[in-house]
Structures are given as C-alpha cells and as structure tokens.
Write a protein that binds this ligand. Structure first.
Ligand SMILES: Cc1cc2nc3c(=O)[nH]c(=O)nc-3n(C[C@H](O)[C@H](O)[C@H](O)COP(=O)(O)O)c2cc1C
Length: 399
C-alpha cells in the first residue's frame, strides 16, 4: 500500500540496470523532484456538510466513458519489470476499464496486447520515426488494434542525459529490448532485411551478452536468431530511424492525413505551445515532463498545468502526468483543470512486484483512494471536483 514498500519490492524483483532505467531521471534529477514538489505544494481545501453518500468518478473522454480520470501512460521496455511485459499490463487495464496507452517502445507487439483486451479502451503512443512509411504503418496497425487516440510524444526527439544508465553503460534498446513494435512491423522488417550486413563485433563478454539478449528478444526461435544477422540488423535499424529531431509544427498536417484518430500531443509544458497546438487543430494535450527523464531543471508538470489550462480554455482535453502517485494527486490535477492523468512508474513497479495482479492492485488502489478523497473533499463527481477553489498553493514541505 505504501509507495516506499512498492518501490522496494520492485527493486528487489528487477535487475540493477532494469530498475535504474525505470527509476532514473535526467541529469541531477531535479525535474523528478520538481514533479513531486509541485504535488506536495498544491494542497486540497476540503468542503464539509455536503451529501457525498453517492459518488461517481467516471468521465467522458473522446466519446468514451471511462471509470475515472485515469489512464495507464506509455512506458517502454516493460519486459524489464516482468517477462509478460505489456500483455500483463493490458490484461490488468482491461479488467479495470482504465485505458492503456500502448508504448511505441513496448516489449510486446500492440496486436498481442489488443488480443487480450476485448472491447476495453486503448490508445497508441508514437515516436516519430525518420521513415514516414514506418509512421504510417504504426498508425494503421494502431487503428486496426482498436486504439482510440494517438499520443505523439514530443519531448523525446533525443534521449535525455540519464546518469544512472550511463554509469551502467545501459541502453535497453541496444540489446534489442523494447523494440517489439518495430520487429513486428512489415515496413521495419523490410528495412532491417535490406540493410547491408554489419561486421560481427569482437567476441568480448559484453558483446556476447548483447548477442544473447538480442537473440532472446527477437521474434522467432532463439537458436535461429543466434546464427541470424537479423536481430543485430533490427537493433541498428532502430537506432538509426527511431526519432526525427527535425519534426516541427508544419509536420502535423501530414500526420493528420495519416489517421482519423484524435491526435494528442504529449510533453507540452509551455502555454504558447498549447496555443500553437490549438492553431494546428490538435485534439488533446498531455502536460508532461516525461517523468523528469528528459530535461533536468524543468518546471514540475503540475506547476505547468494552470497556464496550459488557461491557454486552452476548455477547447480540448488537457491531460497530465509526471509525479502522480495516488488518488489525492489525481484530484489535485483535476481541481487545477486537468481532464485526466496518466500513471507511469506506479504501474511499472506493480508489474515488477506482482505481474498482472500487481498492476491491477496499483490501479485499484488509486481508484479507491480517488473515490474516497472525492467524497472527503465534498464532491460527488469529477465535474464538481474540477473546482479551483478546492486547491491552494501552500508552503513547500521539504520532503
Ligand atoms: C521506464 C520508463 C519508460 C518510459 N517510456 C515511455 C515511452 O515509451 N513513451 C512515452 O511517451 N513516455 C514514456 N515514459 C514517460 C511516461 O509516459 C510518463 O510521462 C512518466 O512516466 C510520468 O512520470 P512518473 O512515472 O514519474 O509519474 C517512460 C517513463 C518511464 C519511467
């Protein structure tokens, strides 16, 4: 139930490199602290003597009623938390009705996740590749998988400066982890197969470990993969094409042509970008610092929220992530104008600690705390909680 105990169990269940990848942030990790400090410094101001005997936490988002203003955010390389990876997460999400956002860097193809979700809601998160044809292919697959929105993550056109991973010399993708959306994609498979063969690296212990990891992660039989040049070709193709730092506002028109799904921009913090997003016909925003993993010393997400909400002025949904740890956090974000929030690290730790059941437990605990706290602040619906007078900025308690 407590955060520290959950993190402790996850740490014990994961490898050192796996845990460092999930837990770590950019630089001195001051943005991670800013995310939490923001939640600590905004305080709820409960109301009393209101009939809260009946409550409803559900909301409507893009035409779909969901149980709470809560989604599972896209988190890559879930296989480092649990071998069932994203499929376990998909099952837990479907069981609770909380939408899951499939990560572009998933460990399992989106089709495998969709197959266990029935009619439960799911979205797809996109990293904009240098290869347009691959972007189109991902979007077409997402539509076929029943995804109801596309989240375009904009704060990771380059990977942030992450000291913990650098110290360990660890980059999961370079070992073939977290690239299942690619290796399952026909366009990507063609690109990887067309690639001229690379010279085999010298057989150092590190190179052999990498070869084993890549062969295990690649689709098909492990022994066949060991002898095949394809797993290494896939990793190299991925590293060369995964991101296009040149994308700009003008490119959104092209994206719009590729899909009829709502387009949600993730990683918006500046109110001027929120205005530009409106100008470009975007359907939603996620105010996010990527969990403090990209820009060190950035504004905490919850602190950035009010200005973005003011700029958007109710025209499109504004979601938020980065630092959400419990139901009371969800309410603070709602009171400050968020339509919904995304959970990140909490579900990963649940996955590490207990697989599908662990994710489910984390979700259910957040939902239960949200429902209770909603009533305890004197509200019966999320619309009632979307009330700026229910929060005030307090002094920051060093924590
Ligand atoms: C291990 C890890 C992997 C992540 N992978 C992705 C990803 O593939 N795509 C993406 O858009 N965001 C990714 N994120 C960012 C999350 O979607 C979200 O913004 C972040 O986890 C929120 O911060 P919090 O977990 O501290 O609340 C990742 C975050 C973590 C911790």
């Amino acid at each position: 139930m407590t955060w520290d105990a959950l993190v402790g169990r996850a740490r014990r269940a994961m490898t050192t490199a796996g845990f460092a990848y999930v837990e770590g942030g950019a630089g001195r990790e001051s943005t991670m602290r800013a995310n939490r400090d923001a939640f600590e410094s905004w305080q709820l101001v409960p109301r009393v003597l209101r009939d809260v005997s009946r409550r409803d936490t559900s909301i409507e988002l893009f035409g779909r009623t969901i149980p709470a203003p809560l989604l599972l955010g896209p988190v890559g390389v879930a296989s480092m938390a649990h071998p069932d990876g994203d499929v376990a997460v998909a099952r837990a999400a479907a069981a609770t009705g909380v939408p899951m956002v499939f990560s572009n860097q998933a460990s399992k193809p989106m089709e495998e996740c969709a197959a266990v979700m029935g009619d439960a809601p799911r979205w797809f998160q996109l990293y904009w590749s240098t290869v347009d044809e691959l972007v189109s292919s991902f979007l077409a697959r997402a539509e076929k998988c029943g995804c109801e929105a596309v989240v375009v993550t904009l704060d990771t056109t380059m990977l942030g400066w992450r000291g913990r991973d650098l110290d360990l010399g660890s980059l999961p993708f370079a070992r073939g982890l977290g690239i299942a959306q690619y290796t399952s994609d026909p366009v990507f498979q063609r690109l990887a197969a067309e690639r001229p063969a690379d010279p085999r690296p010298r057989p150092t212990p590190g190179a052999i470990r990498t070869l084993l990891d890549m062969s295990r992660a690649h689709p098909g039989r492990f022994l066949d993969n060991l002898r095949s040049p394809l797993p290494a070709a896939a990793v190299r193709t991925f590293l060369e094409t995964y991101s296009r730092p040149s994308i700009s506002w003008d490119d959104l028109a092209w994206l719009r042509e590729q899909t009829s799904l709502p387009i949600v921009l993730k990683g918006v913090l500046h109110p001027d970008d929120a205005r530009l997003a409106l100008d470009h016909g975007v359907d939603g925003l996620v105010v996010s610092t990527h969990g403090g993993r990209q820009v060190d010393g950035s504004v905490g997400a919850l602190d950035a929220l009010p200005a973005v909400v003011a700029a958007v002025d109710g025209r499109i949904p504004v979601l938020l992530d980065s630092g959400v740890r419990g139901g009371a956090d969800v309410l603070k974000a709602v009171a400050l104008g968020a339509t919904a929030v995304l959970l990140g690290r909490p579900w990963v730790y649940g996955l590490a600690a207990g697989g599908e059941a662990g994710v489910r437990e984390v979700i259910e605990n957040v939902l239960a705390e949200l429902d209770l706290t909603l009533g305890l602040v004197g509200a019966t619906t999320i619309a009632e909680a979307a009330d700026i007078t229910l929060v005030r900025r307090g002094a920051l308690v060093p924590g």
